[in-house]
Ligand binder design. Structure first.
Ligand SMILES: Cc1ncc(COP(=O)(O)O)c(C=O)c1O
Length: 430
């Protein structure tokens, strides 16, 4: 049974690309006309006494224990202990949107949703899958990719998880992506893909030409009458180390490419602003012909996914990010950290360019936190174990043929030694 409020939202979205892409859960979700919405009304008009929200309030201010205040002396009680709004701090959402535009000039003057704040990018991806993926609506991703994609799409949402080989002949595999997307479009009438640049685990970002090729594929499918959802996981956005990388998000290219395309951007401070444990991420939607009312309905559907799982994100993290984004020094400090990562990248690049291995072949990499090796013996796990036991070095085995190194977490003075050990252990396990 679909709730009447869900039916209302579905009615607003009827005939749109969103409506055609919804999973069964996407259709069912609704935001109750209950505590949150009545509390919102009271926040505006209950000037005498507001008895709506379950917090302890004195003279209009939530109480805050001194034991908390000590750790957050610069925050008022609302910034520290009060509940956050379901979709996040409105001011922070606005600032993040402005930042998305300044980082992606192609978006200037274009219409897209206000970003919704969620507890980390994982939550963003998970809610997108809740809304758009199920047993009859598969998700496509690269092979290799971040292991959480399959956990979310397949185990959590019971969807088929389709893979295209990320690289072919040392290049991003455009034709593999095209083949998978067109096959799904043909078979299911719509297609969903998650693309992640800079990529985890390879550390690859596409060139401008490759981005244009991806856009061509998406447009061709859309023009054939099929609906296309492209979820850009921009977790590592901006960490580019080579000049030929397209610096803007794929989302900026896809947001108004065709009315049959729903472009979704997942991003956030986690990796970009070096705030891994804050658990703040954002989700932003765009499609060529969505009306204002449809953007609102889609945002409400998304907030229903938040409300029905974690209710809202943590307040102190949002307050810290707000203060940081308003701090002149923030960008400067980020720049220094990015330069440090670039120095590590340069050292790794120099090592792999000057050393040959009969076992290891670096996958294309030019950005982000990681690089990976293709292990032609299929003994990535054996290499990982030896590195740990003999050299006290930790790396990740993604699959038997892929070994990932997070150079982002290895000090510059250790990089040569770490890579020498990796090459050495690869030979030993031959
Ligand atoms: C590609 C990718 N997307 C998303 C995430 C998750 O980010 P968060 O920690 O904000 O949930 C990660 C984290 O490792 C990642 O590698």
């Amino acid at each position: 049974m679909i709730n009447a409020l869900a039916q209302e939202l579905n009615q607003t979205l009827a005939g749109s690309v969103v409506d055609s892409l919804f999973s069964k859960m996407g259709e069912r979700l609704y935001f109750p006309n209950g505590i949150i919405s009545q509390g919102g009304e009271a926040a505006k008009d209950a000037t005498f006494a507001n008895g709506t929200i379950g917090m302890a309030v004195v003279n209009g201010t939530p109480i805050e224990l001194d034991s908390y205040k000590k750790s957050m002396p610069n925050f008022n009680a609302r910034e520290a202990v009060a509940y956050a709004k379901t979709g996040g701090n409105p001011e922070l959402r606005k600032i993040w949107k402005e930042q998305i535009i300044s980082k992606n000039p192609l978006l200037k003057g274009k219409t897209f949703s206000l970003p919704i704040l969620v507890p980390g990018l994982t939550a963003a991806l998970s809610y997108v899958c809740d809304l758009f993926v199920d047993e009859t609506k598969p998700m496509i991703s690269a092979e290799p990719c971040w292991d959480n994609y399959e956990l979310i799409a397949a185990a959590r949402c019971n969807a088929e998880f389709h893979r295209f080989k990320c690289f072919e002949n040392g290049k991003f595999n455009i034709s593999g992506l095209e083949e998978k997307m067109k096959a799904d479009a043909q078979k299911y009438g719509s297609v969903r893909v998650i693309l992640n640049f800079p990529q985890n685990p390879s550390g690859y970002s596409p060139t401008k030409n490759e981005v244009l090729e991806i856009c061509r594929i998406v447009k061709e499918i859309a023009e054939s009458g099929k609906k296309v959802l492209v979820l850009s996981d921009d977790a590592y956005f901006g960490l580019d180390y080579e000049d030929d990388i397209e610096p803007q998000s794929l989302f900026a290219y896809l947001c108004d490419i065709h009315e049959n395309v729903l472009a979704i951007k997942a991003d956030g401070p986690t990796k970009e602003d070096f705030a891994w444990g804050f658990r703040t991420g954002f989700i932003t939607f765009a499609s060529k012909s969505l009306s204002e009312a449809q953007y609102t309905a889609l945002t409400t559907k998304f907030m229903s996914a938040i409300r029905s799982s974690v209710s809202c994100s943590a307040t102190p993290s949002q307050s810290i990010i707000m203060h940081a984004l308003n701090d002149q020094a923030h960008e400067e400090q980020k720049k220094e950290l990015r330069a440090m990562l670039k120095r590590r990248y340069d050292l790794v690049r120099k090592f792999v360019n000057t050393h040959k291995s009969s076992v290891l072949e670096p996958l294309p990499f030019n950005s982000g936190y990681f690089m990976s090796f293709h292990v032609n013996t299929g003994k990535a796990e054996e290499i990982r174990k030896r590195l740990l036991a003999v050299d006290c070095i930790g790396v990740i085995q993604i699959d038997p043929y892929t070994l990932r190194v997070a150079f982002s977490s290895i000090d510059e003075d250790k990089i040569d030694l770490v890579y020498a050990s990796i090459y050495n252990e690869a030979e030993t396990t031959k």
